[in-house]
Structure formats: C-alpha cells, structure tokens
Design a protein around this ligand. Structure first.
Ligand SMILES: *Cc1c(COP(=O)(O)O)cnc(C)c1O
Length: 388
C-alpha cells in the first residue's frame, strides 16, 4: 500500500491534490460551510432550480406515492411511469422522436459512445471535450482521433482520411465545460453531412441556457433535426440528476438493447424523475429565469471589460486563466478567506499550465453579488484596472 502514500504526497507537492468542501445548505448563491456564509460561484445550478419549491414538492409527492428506490434496472422491473413520462418530456423539449434516461450524464456519454462505435469505426472529437466523452471514445474500442479546439478545418482533414472505417462519428461539447466557449455547430453539421459522418452533441451546459426556448445550443443555432445523437444532463440547469440521449426512435431502441450503462444499472429513483419533470416544465413555461441568467452574464462581461486581463463570457461559465496549479490554488484560497467559494480547476481536468478559476453564474445571483466578487478580485490584487 506504500504506493498510495507516495502518490498522494506527489500530488500534494505538485499542488494537484484535490479534496472537497462540504456545504451545509442548499445550492443557492450564498452557501454555508462550517457555519460561515460564502458567496458561491461554482454551481451548475444555472437557473436556481435545484432548490426550487416546485421541484422539491414534486420529489416529495413522488416519494409518498412510489417510495425511494426504483428497485431494479430499467429492463427488469425498474421502469416506472415517471421514467417514461420524463423520457417523453425530454424528447418533446429537444424536438426528437424519443429519449432514453441514464443515471448520469457521464453514463449517457459512455453508454452511447460504446454502443454506437467499436473496433473498425472511427470517432473524432474536439480536444477539449468533457472527460466523459473522452472516456467513452477510449473505451469504445473504435479508432479515436482529436482535432484542435473548435478547428473544423482540422476536423475535415481527419474525415478526408477516414473512408476506410465502417462508421464515422463526430462528437463535441456544445458549450465547453472548462472554457465556457461554444462549438461552431453550423460548420460541424455541414462537415458531418459532407463526409457522411454521424454527429453527437453533448448539450449538458446549454440545456436550459441557450436557445429562445432554452432547448440548447442546437436550437440556438437553428439546427433542430440535423444532429442525430443529442446528449444532455438533468443535473445542471434542470436542477436534478440524470443523463439522457435524445434522437430517433430507432436510435433509442438500439441503445435500450446495446448501451451497457443503461442496461446494467438500477433505474433512477422516481423522486428524481419527478423533480426533473418539474424542472423541465418550469423551463418550458417560463423563460424569466433564463433571461435573468443572461442579464447576469452581460453584467459581469460589462464590469470585467474595465479590467485586465479581459475574459469574455459566451456562456454562464467564465474562465480566469492563471497558469500554474499552485497560483490557482493560492488565489482560490485567498478568495475563500474573503468569503468567496471558487475552487481552482487544475490538471488533469484542464491541460497543464492552464490552471484557472472557473466561475459559473446562476440566475439567482444578484448584481451586488457580482459587484462583491469583482471588488474582492481587485482587493486581493488579481484584477487590475486598465491603465488607459
Ligand atoms: C457535467 C457534464 C457531463 C456529465 O453530466 P452528469 O450528469 O454530471 O454526469 C457530461 N458532459 C459535459 C459537457 C458536462 O459538463
């Protein structure tokens, strides 16, 4: 067991040791840790639904009616009416024929990728794709190639050399989870068509955030019906937990039979499905929270424009690039001492030398929260007023 102590020590020496902070309250802009209040800028609860009264009520009612656990995997006896209702709701929301739930977005990516491609196929992905996509590409057994971040020309040249493969699949995040920028979906869709490749888009961070109706980046780009495989998570803007794949009825029937991460695990608890249904219902009924979120994004962008270094936010995710893991950790610690919670994001989550503070905004943040954040960044000497 000595190797464990050695590895832990080595991580510590490199400022790469990770640990978590336990939060004693709900996922709101202000959270409590060890009895003290902190301003949180690191929750993916973009629309503030995780602690919404209607989601909580729906979950509680589902517990009264159906109990806690689902008791079995979906194909045995774990499928309850709330699972099928939620899948129908997701399909309606995403504008597809059908959808399939997974216990987490992570498993949706692994399950779909491993089912759709295997040895003899090629899967091509963006260099900055989420870890769950990268793992799915690796475990699938297909040939796995990456193109430089958002470089559709490089993607095209990889496809040009891919005619020997049985199936070709392109996979990309829609909003990149660590940089917060967005994929050039129009270009990717047209390249996919040109080379007869399948396209899978991970809409985890865009669902509930992008598009007039909050349906995601595909809606935002006017590309509905042009992406064969849409992946999403119910754990971010939807405020609950679970992952899904949305697509044609045939794709869903195929995944029910072939996706091991769907088949060999217990179904999501009914209460969680009820909360997701309520979250989706709220998003479809009322775009006010999404509009508040975008007000906050615009406000932070405009406040940051007076400072250097300038970080442009294209989404609720703002990345303040720092560089070394140690510096990122130090700044995160200083912010914590000043009542602000933003963990340092370090390798292997991001490439070496690009450690950062990753800020995510919520609809429920108020302007004075954002002001206090900027003030604190200035006070600790991280942000500097532009000289000219
Ligand atoms: C969070 C995330 C996932 C995983 O979703 P979970 O539901 O949290 O497992 C997948 N892809 C991207 C891009 C993500 O940000």
């Amino acid at each position: 067991m000595e190797f464990i102590a050695e590895i832990l020590q080595e991580l510590k020496n490199k400022s790469l040791l990770r640990d978590y902070t336990a939060i004693e309250s709900a996922q709101e802009p202000i959270v409590r840790i060890k009895g003290k209040e902190y301003l949180s800028f690191c929750s993916n609860n973009y629309l503030g639904l995780a602690n919404h009264p209607l989601l909580k009520q729906a979950a509680i009612e589902a517990i009264h009616q159906y109990g806690c656990g689902a008791g079995a995997s979906r194909l045995v006896s774990g499928t309850m009416t709330l699972h099928t209702a939620l899948e129908k709701k997701i399909a309606g929301f995403k504008g597809t024929e059908a959808a399939l739930l997974f216990p987490a977005g992570y498993m949706a990516n692994l399950g779909a990728l491993c089912a759709i491609v295997s040895k003899g196929d090629i899967v091509i992905g963006d260099k900055l794709n989420h870890a769950s996509i990268i793992d799915g590409c690796r475990y699938s057994g297909a040939t796995f190639r990456v193109y430089p971040h958002n470089d559709s020309n490089k993607l095209e040249s990889l496809l040009q050399k891919s005619s020997v493969y049985r199936r070709k699949l392109i996979v990309t995040d829609s909003v990149f989870s660590m940089d917060g920028d967005i994929a050039p979906l129009m270009e990717i869709v047209s390249v996919a068509k040109k080379y007869d490749a399948l396209l899978m888009v991970d809409d985890a961070h865009a669902t509930g955030v992008f598009g007039k109706q909050g349906r995601g980046l595909i809606e935002h780009c006017g590309l509905e019906g042009q992406v064969e495989i849409i992946m999403g998570s119910l754990s971010k803007a939807i405020g609950s937990i679970g992952g899904f794949i949305a697509g044609s009825q045939q794709l869903i029937d195929f995944l029910k039979n072939k996706a091991r991460h769907f088949i060999y695990t217990t179904a999501l608890p009914p209460s969680v499905c009820a909360a997701s249904l309520a979250g989706l219902h709220l998003i479809m009924e009322n775009t006010a929270p999404m509009n508040n979120l975008w007000d906050n994004i615009r406000y932070l962008n405009s406040r940051l424009s007076h400072f250097s270094p300038l970080i442009a936010g294209e989404s609720p995710i703002f990345s303040f690039l720092i560089g070394s893991a140690k510096d990122a950790l130090d700044i995160s610690m200083k912010l914590f001492q000043n009542g602000i919670l933003i963990p340092a994001i370090r390798p292997p989550t991001v490439p070496a030398g690009t450690s950062r503070l990753r800020v995510s905004l919520m609809a429920s943040h108020e302007k004075h929260h954002l002001d206090r954040f900027i003030e604190t960044l200035c006070n600790i000497g991280f942000l500097k007023e532009k000289s000219s």
